[in-house]
Write a protein that binds this ligand. Structure first.
Ligand code: SF4
Length: 403
């Protein structure tokens, strides 16, 4: 779908990007000490019926702004711990989504699940409701390390969750696995990865534990591996994953052939996504209003449930400036090892490629090319404008040429 639009005073042809839906479920069994997500220990009785109806109310509002209408390519039910919700609640949610917006039969529908939080049989109900991909938060297969990061599950719960998922008919499984855990050695990190691979997932998110502000670990850090050891864990991890046919297609995402996550790829290719639920973020290209907008919902689940007016579910919104578009596009697209095709920049941002200061008279601003694709971009802060975005991301520097 291509629209000829005039964005920001520059005439370029803008293709409306693919559209995804993110649904946030904000409750967990307890709060993990490293977690900075918008998640809360579950109340004694999760108000799942009221919450699902509120999500659909939220989506109805979002779809009124969508013009022209587009089908969803993916749905991601994340959290939090979405598998605290019953199968009936997920069926009601997906049925309601289908009533409000086109959801093709081949759309990717992912649900995040934490081991040990699912009642037996719940995965079958999710599968019957239309979920076709499960993302299981394993994090480690070492009882000692799971305990050190205060997870509520053990290795047996991870294996049981994978087994239940397969028996429920899931053919597309992601396992989240962390490295750099407190007191973890290189051999232990490698063993964790090998044991995870032995569970035969189609996708692994292999990422480093980091200390985020406003978390318990940030205020009382545990003893973590040093930088050299972390680098070794990552490099050996890439080798172990590669030997089993798992290729990195983003900084921490590894997939077997044909199993890249379509939903996350849409984020990284600067696609559009609606965000519903407490604290959910969305990004929409609005050709009629000639702008690209981000909006986010109230973070507190109680406030999100209590608001009587749909407009008041919105915690804030922002129209992206040209500088925002350049920075956000680059920060997303350059997470991909292949970089991006120059035309994608124009189609997604509505800006001509000259918006990216390639060949700028300012020598500090540079784009790096490899086989006609942009694989890196430097934009150091200006002396005269301290608010200028500063970032430098570069993949495959050994093969990239500078233009
Ligand atoms: S289970 Fe996940 S979302 Fe919930 S508190 Fe732990 S890390 Fe955060």
């Amino acid at each position: 779908m291509v629209k000829s639009c005039q964005y920001f005073g520059t005439a370029v042809r803008v293709a409306l990007p693919p559209l995804s839906l993110y649904v946030h479920i904000p409750w967990c069994l307890s709060k993990c000490p490293y977690c900075d997500f918008n998640s809360y220990p579950r109340p004694s009785d999760i108000p799942e019926t009221a919450y699902v109806e509120r999500l659909l109310w939220d989506l109805e509002q979002e779809t009124t702004d969508l013009f022209p209408p587009r089908p969803l390519i993916s749905v991601f039910i994340g959290g939090g711990t979405p598998n605290l919700l019953s199968g009936a609640a997920i069926a009601r949610l997906l049925g309601g989504v289908r009533n409000l917006i086109e959801l093709p039969a081949d759309a990717e529908i992912t649900l995040e699940a934490n081991p040990g939080a699912a009642a037996a049989g719940r995965f079958s109900a999710y599968r019957q409701a239309g979920v076709n991909r499960l993302s299981i938060g394993a994090q480690s297969l070492s009882a000692r390390h799971l305990e050190r990061i205060a997870r509520r599950h053990g290795p047996a719960d991870v294996r049981s969750a994978v087994d239940q998922a397969r028996r429920a008919g899931f053919e597309n499984l992601n396992l989240d696995l962390m490295y750099g855990l407190p007191g973890q050695s290189l051999a232990q990190a490698c063993r964790d990865l090998e044991e995870t691979l032995a569970l035969k997932p189609e996708h692994i998110s292999y990422y480093q534990l980091s200390l985020e502000p406003d978390t318990a670990f940030y205020h009382a850090p545990p003893p973590l591996p040093d930088g050299d050891l972390l680098a070794d864990m990552q490099l050996q991890g890439i080798e172990i994953l590669g030997a089993q046919g798992f290729r990195p297609y983003e900084m921490s995402a590894y997939a077997a052939v044909g199993h890249r996550c379509r939903h996350n790829l849409n984020y990284w290719r600067f696609g559009d996504y609606l965000g519903i639920g407490a604290g959910a973020h969305g990004k929409s290209t609005l050709p009629v209003r000639k702008r690209i907008e981000r909006r986010w919902k109230l973070r507190d689940p109680t406030a999100y449930l209590d608001r009587a007016n749909r407009d008041h579910l919105i915690g804030g919104k922002q129209t992206l400036s040209e500088a925002d578009l350049i920075a956000e596009f680059a920060l997303n697209a350059l997470r991909l090892p292949e970089g991006f095709d120059a035309s994608l920049f124009e189609r997604r941002t509505g800006l001509p490629l000259t918006g990216l200061p390639i060949g700028s008279t300012r020598p500090a601003q540079r784009a790096y090319w490899c086989q006609s694709r942009i694989v890196g971009y430097d934009q150091p802060s200006s002396d005269t404008d301290s608010s200028t975005t500063s970032f430098s991301i570069l993949h495959r520097t050994s093969t990239a040429g500078q233009k």
